[in-house]
Design a protein. Structure first.
Length: 303
């Protein structure tokens, strides 16, 4: 074990420039130095690195697989939503990050909207909130406002569970196996309309929702906000997550259609050394591409 750590330490300065450039087979290079396994990676101290596409720094727990991917490639592993946000956000916009996790999308949006814009980050996991605040403070992001709550269709106190596989991911949905639960938190959830109705809003607005299956309840609590501001909505759509929370993909589609929105599934096309955003129109749950997990929703009357 100690020998492996020494080898990894020696190889990292050679491997990181390659993986952070996302050159061909960068994932194999990450695996070469043990990046694909948790063993031997320390949880403390947090490691600082620059976040791709921004001038900001992030502080990462390398014992967490998801954060380790960020360390190796310089960005959040879920590429499609980031490319979508980079395409739709402009200086002065309002961005609402629902399910902000440790704030990586928040940082990307803060750079895109700039000091004249505003970012509202909602995250009920106290460990994640602590990290978001660290990122906001260390990077001097006065345009970011952190709210340590979840969003739903009614005010309540709910149990947020964290399962094996990540130190920061959590869900309000019942865990499939109690043996996988590593932590529980009693956290507040609020109606988004109540919180955003009192907040200064610059238009246009973009809302991102990634709440591990709780998307339908979150959307029901945002009806007035959606009607008033007609935001672009970027929502995760994963059938398994929705089912755990008692919802379905069809229910989410019905909600968005009821708001007067049309959707495009987010896909990625790689051409040469560059990734490009590819939007696939979807009208029903059955038309979702099998590999798609995110949908970009826009008002039907928007050009």
């Amino acid at each position: 074990m100690e020998d492996n750590v020494m080898v990894r330490t020696a190889l990292l300065p050679l491997v990181l420039p390659y993986t952070r450039s996302e050159l061909p087979a960068w994932g194999r290079m990450m695996a070469l130095v043990g990046g694909a396994i948790d063993q031997g990676w320390p949880s403390t101290p947090l490691v600082r690195t620059r976040y791709k596409w921004t001038p900001y720094s992030v502080w990462l727990n390398l014992a967490d697989m998801h954060e380790r991917i960020v360390y190796f490639c310089g960005r959040h592993y879920d590429l499609g939503p980031q490319l979508a946000l980079r395409n739709v956000l402009r200086p002065g916009d309002t961005f609402v990050d629902i399910g902000a996790n440790i704030g990586l999308m928040t940082l990307l949006a803060a750079h895109a909207v700039g000091p004249t814009g505003v970012v509202y980050a909602f995250e009920p996991n106290p460990d994640c909130c602590e990290r978001i605040r660290l990122h906001v403070t260390r990077n001097g992001l006065t345009q970011v406002h952190v709210h340590p709550v979840g969003l739903s269709d009614q005010d309540a106190m709910l149990s947020l569970t964290r399962e094996t596989g990540s130190s920061v991911h959590g869900s309000f949905a019942p865990p499939p196996d109690e043996a996988t639960v590593t932590a529980r938190y009693a956290v507040p959830v609020r109606r988004g309309d109540d919180l955003l109705g009192r907040a200064p809003i610059n238009r246009p607005m973009v809302i991102k929702i990634d709440v591990e299956g709780f998307e339908c309840r979150t959307l029901r609590g945002l009806g007035a906000t959606i009607e008033r501001h007609t935001p672009i909505v970027l929502a995760e759509v994963v059938a398994g997550h929705l089912a755990r929370a008692g919802s379905t993909v069809a229910e989410l589609f019905d909600l968005m259609h009821g708001f007067g929105y049309t959707g495009c599934a987010i896909a990625i096309v790689r051409r040469w050394m560059r990734y490009r955003l590819h939007l696939v129109p979807v009208t029903t749950a059955e038309t979702m591409p099998p590999a798609a997990t995110d949908v970009l929703w826009t008002p039907a009357n928007r050009p």
